[in-house]
Design a binder for this molecule. Sequence first.
Ligand code: ATP
Ligand code: MG
Length: 295
Amino acid sequence: MARSRVTVLLQGETGTGKEVMARAIHDLSGRSGPFVAVNCGAIPPGLVESELFGHRKGSFTSAEDNAGLVRSSDRGTLLLDEIGDLPLPAQAALLRVLQEDEVRPVGVSHPVKVDLRVIAATHRDLERLSREEKFRTDLLARLCGIALHLPALRDRREDLGLLVAAILRKHAGDRAANISLTAEAARALLLHPWPRNVRELEKCLAGAVVLAGAGRIDLEHLPPDVRSASEGRPAPQPPGEPALDEQERKLYDDLVAQLQAHHGNVTETAHAMGKARTQVQRWMRRYGLDPVSFR
Ligand SMILES: Nc1ncnc2c1ncn2[C@@H]1O[C@H](COP(=O)(O)OP(=O)(O)OP(=O)(O)O)[C@@H](O)[C@H]1O
Ligand SMILES: [Mg+2]
């Protein structure tokens, strides 16, 4: 899959490793051009087309010639991150680029050929956005050459060991082989629901490595919310088994997704879920979710 030019759509909650995956696909692709990542949500709406497709000098006041991100990634890989935030007019222009392998810079009448490999990523539900007519169905179909869903960390607890080892290697270098966790610390990692996924695990371990110094990583070296998950909970489930029952897990997943979509705003989250604010606050306390961590 990496070596083909097929368009890949990566979906998954924040921090599940979509960008890590996109870079890995590019590294394995053998493509000679660069890996270019663009956060579609961070470009001011009026500039999306010129940033992506480039523009010719003079097409705006004081604008210099600009190749645009699409042409900058010629023969390489273009990661369109947060594609769900792309405004509708830019979606139409992007669809043309994908269909025709050519780009029409702002202020230029003739199209320019590009050898493009696109990977798109988002934590938003594109199917839902397209039902709400905020995302073009034809663009969604075009992006889904291969659609990969990166699971939440709480749904792949069996990978915790590998992830912890990789993150310790990154943050402790040569010392990593000598670092170990106490049984209590390992249990807390296993029980915590990780609403911010691998990013949160990495932040937690980077801090623990510093705090533990030459000693073993213990409960006291973990952030309070990670510690609290292990307090008063039943023993860890075997790997692969959900820690919550089916119905509760659905509720938990929905709550986390809505908090992410509304950047930790509890009133908007409650509204989106059709529940009272006090009910949502009760659930957040139950699962140890802090709205501040979603901002
Ligand atoms: N498989 C992995 N091994 C080691 N570290 C990982 C892995 N996956 C993700 N990470 C780490 O987790 C952090 C978040 O990863 P990444 O930026 O790829 O997430 P994302 O899905 O793009 O998140 P967002 O939706 O918020 O942009 C990074 O710091 C990355 O180094
Ligand atoms: Mg990302």
